[in-house]
Ligand binder design. Structure first.
Ligand code: FAD
Ligand code: EPU
Length: 339
């Protein structure tokens, strides 16, 4: 039976899917035929359904947290359907700090390794001991260690070789007993007392000042990735735009701030129907209602074209876009991957 997807993704476009299945345990997964097309979903905070989806949405709702104490660290086994921020709060209350820089990131624990969530100088990759998944083809449970997950900036094997082949069932985090706060992100350096709780609160305060709460103003967080460009291109850009924020990525490349590019191009407040470039953070698109997938598509293309014309830089959307048959990529030229 058709189901509304509006409350199942935080951008809240008013579309439907043919079927919705909620997975509460591994047996539920084993019963799934995984007929194409299907779409795995957590809390939908990094997914936008551009149109009605012609297949089954499989929503992960498994629960459970198990803590094992080891000599140097705690091993935390967390079911995929647990809420990420609740986990951060729970561990802090249990006196197991470490994840505080990643506070208030929406979504499930199972989706967190998929794009290697990151914020304020920390990525989940540095805490992952292993990721357990249900292998759809063999109907068995398998595991990858952190290296095998091939984590990168907003990237992992689950967006490539294991896409639509693996359902993450459990994430194993190793949290060192010896806490070391990460203060590399500029605003955190102003903290007077350096405690896990102080970082947690500062991160929450900073996020709330820039990022709209999806429950009151639908959005999907940063819409585009921060582009990674080579050092020569960076020098050329800096000669024209000396304030362009940039961060070292590796010896040959730098990351530049997509939010600054969009802001500097004068696009804050730009609207297509009810979709708008957010005034407090230009990297975020908000949906004020009465908007369609094609309005969002037009908005994405407009931003990509303006940024390409002004800076010669290609913006790639971070958000996963789903059309009627599955995932699609709007990277300058529309591409649908096919079922
Ligand atoms: P969904 O959107 O439901 O799914 C995301 C992708 O993962 C989809 O492709 C889906 O198919 C796949 N997936 C989901 N669950 C599974 C599973 N169990 N097995 C296999 N594949 C699965 N991200 C950051 O990194 N840093 C931030 O600071 C940040 N801030 C945000 C702020 C706001 C206001 C919002 C709305 C989003 C933000 N995000 C951020 C993005 C988002 O929170 C993360 O990507 C999060 O991990 C998504 O979780 P989800 O459960 O909502 O995923
Ligand atoms: N900036 C502007 N104008 C804007 C927005 C940003 O000039 O409208 C400038 C800021 O002043 C700053 C720079 O751009 O100098 C970077 O901005 P910010 O610190 O807000 O971070 P971001 O690069 O926009 C990234 C992540 C966020 C993460 C924050 C904090 C990506 C795509 N986004 O945003 O992740 O929370 O850093 O670490 O990497 C997400 O992935 O959904 C997300 C919200």
């Amino acid at each position: 039976m058709a189901q509304s997807l509006q409350s199942l993704h935080t951008f809240a476009l008013n579309n439907q899917c043919q079927h919705l299945v909620e997975i509460k345990n591994i047996e539920d997964l084993k019963k799934q035929p995984f007929l194409s097309p299907f779409c795995l979903l957590g809390e939908g905070s990094n997914t936008v359904f551009l149109s009605d989806f012609s297949g089954t949405v499989i929503k992960m709702a498994t629960q459970g947290i198990n803590i094992t104490q080891r000599s140097e660290d705690y091993l935390i086994a967390v079911a995929a359907g647990e809420n990420w921020h609740q986990l951060v709060c729970y561990l802090l209350d249990e006196n197991i700090p470490g994840l505080e820089n990643l506070a208030l990131i929406p979504g499930t624990v199972g989706a967190a390794p998929v794009q290697n969530i990151g914020a304020y100088g920390v990525e989940i990759a540095s805490f992952i001991e292993a990721v357990e998944y249900y292998d759809i083809a063999s109907k068995t449970i398998k595991q990858l260690n952190a290296q095998q997950c091939q984590f990168g900036y907003r990237d992992s094997i689950f967006k490539h070789r294991l896409k639509n082949k693996a359902v993450i069932t459990c994430v194993y985090l190793a949290i060192p007993k010896k806490w070391q706060g990460v203060l590399s992100y500029g605003p955190l350096q102003q903290l007077k007392a350096i405690t896990p709780r102080a970082i947690f609160e500062h991160v929450i305060q900073t996020r709330q000042s820039k990022l709209p709460d999806p429950s009151t103003l639908p959005n999907a967080g940063s819409f585009f990735k921060n582009p990674i460009i080579d050092n020569t291109t960076l020098q050329q850009l800096l000669s024209r735009f000396k304030d362009l924020p940039h961060y070292k990525y590796n010896e040959t490349h730098h990351k530049i701030a997509a939010g600054w590019l969009i802001d500097n191009a004068g696009l804050k407040g730009y609207k297509v129907a009810g979709i708008e470039v957010h005034q407090q953070q230009a990297l975020v698109l908000i949906n004020k209602g009465n908007s369609l997938g094609r309005d969002l598509t037009a908005m994405i293309k407009h931003i990509q074209i303006v940024i390409m014309q002004r800076f010669g830089v290609a913006l790639e959307h971070e958000v996963r876009l789903i059309d009627s048959h599955g995932e699609c990529h709007l990277n300058m030229e529309y591409q649908h991957e096919g079922p």
